[in-house]
Design a protein around this ligand. Structure first.
Ligand code: KG4
Ligand code: ZN
Length: 342
């Protein structure tokens, strides 16, 4: 479907799929006028992970304040907005419902169209703040709940050509971190620790069958857990930094190689990396090196746009708005929403 990419837009985005309550105003899909994020990480840390009921309750506390903050900072009035975009899914259902209901109330009160957004398309569109997208492209989406290779032939078109068969990459980081006694969320902790270590332990890499673009991280996760238990049983001191560096090298090796295979297969003009794990320093460095070697332009969002935020939801919502995607007040959150439906 042809869309008019020159149309001027001002979109308020709302995101509450996990443990960040966020709202942002984005102009023309590429300029962040404001972005407000209330993170619950400190609240969930003492439980070792996100507690869905606790997350929902905090979203309820924060949603109005965060939307007002985003509007105030943007210098935009409600009447200037073209639409409200909201994450419909996937995510924690109780958390999603807070954002969806907040967005419905605001859309109704201000007579604005409502645009539902798939969370993963938001992560992908965080890259459009860095540079204009060129198609076809391959996006590697790596977050706490997702590991997917997405082929995009044009704006707003998504084909999943590889996915994880078990754990998501971020989930593997979080579980291995827990085994090493590191706090939640484990990804940034492993990243930090790995800088002090060397990838000297030969942990497995799941390449799967010839030509497969799917991923699997549960074998690697078990290998690390077994290694830790064996070392403890033998009374050896754990070298956590080397374990972190070796685990991280194994994850990033598979992510980078499969992304490059996918990019060459579809003759991609760009490679995009998106989601919380794209903040990982090994993934960033190795992807940059591999893409440069093959001569394929690479975009990775700045760190603050890698993790959940609402600017990315407004950016993806801009494309939905231009395509004519609309929801009415019967819109519901959907925990396992499929990207192909967008
Ligand atoms: O995209 P995101 O903020 O939320 C989801 O949609 O899931 O991703 C969160 C995930 C967590 O698993 C976290 O541990 C991981 O991203 N993460 C990292 C890093 N920063 C965040 N993993 C590895 N290295 C990092 N630097
Ligand atoms: Zn996310």
């Amino acid at each position: 479907m042809k869309i008019d990419m020159n149309q001027k837009t001002l979109i308020l985005g709302i995101e509450t799929s996990c443990d960040e309550t966020a709202a942002a105003v984005v102009e023309n899909g590429t300029i962040i006028r404001s972005s407000a994020v209330a993170s619950q990480i400190d609240i969930h840390r003492r439980f070792g992970g996100v507690v869905p009921e606790v997350a929902s309750r905090h979203h309820v506390d924060q949603i109005t304040v965060i939307c007002e903050e985003a509007m105030d900072k943007s210098g935009v009035s409600w009447g200037d907005l073209d639409a409200i975009a909201v994450t419909q899914g996937p995510g924690l259902i109780g958390a999603l419902l807070v954002g969806v209901n907040g967005a419905k109330a605001l859309a109704y009160a201000h007579c604005l169209p409502l645009v539902p957004v798939h969370h993963i398309t938001g992560h992908i569109y965080a890259n459009r703040f860095v540079r204009e997208l060129e198609f076809p492209l391959i996006a590697l989406v790596v977050s706490g709940g997702h590991t997917e290779l997405v082929h995009m032939k044009e704006h707003g078109s998504y084909e999943v050509i590889g996915t994880t068969r078990d754990d998501a990459a971020g989930e593997a980081f979080d579980k291995v971190a827990r085994t090493l006694g590191l706090p939640y969320p484990g990804g940034p902790e492993i990243d930090r620790l790995a800088k002090a270590g060397k990838p000297v332990i030969d942990f497995p890499r799941a390449w799967l069958e010839e030509g497969s673009l799917d991923f699997s991280f549960s074998g690697l996760k078990s290998a690390v857990i077994n290694y830790v238990h064996n070392e403890q049983q033998r009374g050896h001191d754990l070298n956590s930094a080397n374990i972190a560096a070796s685990f991280q090298a194994s994850v990033s090796d598979v992510l980078v190689k499969k992304t490059l295979i996918a990019a060459e297969r579809v003759h991609a003009k760009q490679i995009l990396v998106a989601g919380g794990v794209s903040a990982n320093s090994a993934v960033r460095t190795e992807m940059e090196q591999a893409a440069r070697t093959r001569g394929i332009p690479l975009i990775i969002p700045p760190l603050k746009l890698c993790t959940d935020n609402a600017a990315m939801i407004a950016a993806s919502g801009t494309i939905g708005f231009l395509k004519g995607t609309r929801a009415d007040l019967s819109l519901n959150g959907k925990a396992n929403l499929a990207i192909e439906d967008f």
